[in-house]
Design a protein around this ligand. Structure first.
Ligand SMILES: Nc1ncnc2c1ncn2[C@@H]1O[C@H](COP(=O)(O)OP(=O)(O)OP(=O)(O)O)[C@@H](O)[C@H]1O
Length: 199
């Protein structure tokens, strides 16, 4: 099983959490705004501590009553809702940040169609380009799994299509399990090997 998750936590006055198991490939979590999808990803990545439950990915326990691995040991490739690129590094340096093997740069840049952007500064990128660079950076960090938080939101239709194709290529060419959050059902059905409702 790629993901075996059962977690809960409090955020302010609301309880958040979720319980699901999912196999290989791309799993989509759908649910309305504010239901706790980002919080769920944060608990899987180790950024938010659950009050209880467990997180197992690829058979490895990341969190349970006895274990609470720090984020760097979980090896999540987390692409946040905003791309969060380093503004003072060019695209290539962003991609190689935390990459153990720089020789994969060309291949990953090709997959995501960002070869022509390598010398650019993040502030000159469109929203869709920045998302693709953020996905590339996550892939190059040699992740055990990918977490994509609404990677297509606020993109215009053309950029959205480019980003969807890039995600499809990653899904179809990499062995890493992917967990992606969206609230767009059409997107979910096109990209997901399975769709799980949260909340
Ligand atoms: N730091 C925080 N302190 C208090 N409440 C928070 C905090 N972060 C999130 N929340 C609340 O927790 C709930 C879940 O937030 P979360 O961002 O996980 O939802 P979401 O499903 O990802 O939403 P969206 O689709 O709008 O991004 C919301 O009600 C939110 O207001």
């Amino acid at each position: 099983m790629s993901f075996d998750v059962d977690v809960r936590a409090r955020r302010g006055d609301v309880g958040v959490g979720g319980r699901f198991v999912a196999g290989d490939g791309l799993t989509v979590l759908v649910g309305p705004s504010g239901v706790g999808k980002t919080s769920l990803l944060d608990m899987i990545a180790g950024l938010l501590r659950p009050a209880g439950g467990h997180v197992r990915v690829g058979g490895r326990t990341l969190f349970d009553g006895a274990t609470n691995l720090p984020p760097e040991q979980r090896r999540a490739g987390y692409v946040f809702q905003d791309a969060r690129l380093f503004p003072h590094r060019r695209v290539q340096a962003n991609l190689l940040y935390g990459a153990p093997d720089a020789s994969r740069l060309a291949e990953v840049a090709e997959t995501l169609d960002i070869v022509h952007l390598l010398r650019r500064w993040p502030r000159t990128l469109s929203g869709g380009e920045a998302r693709r660079v953020a996905i590339g950076r996550a892939l190059l960090s040699d992740p055990a799994f990918l977490l994509l938080d609404e990677p297509l939101s606020s993109l215009d239709p053309a950029r959205r299509e480019e980003a969807m194709r890039a995600i499809e290529r990653v899904r179809d060419t990499r062995a890493v399990p992917i967990l992606m959050v969206t609230h767009d059902l059409r997107e979910a059905e096109r990209l997901g090997d399975r769709v799980i409702a949260v909340g």
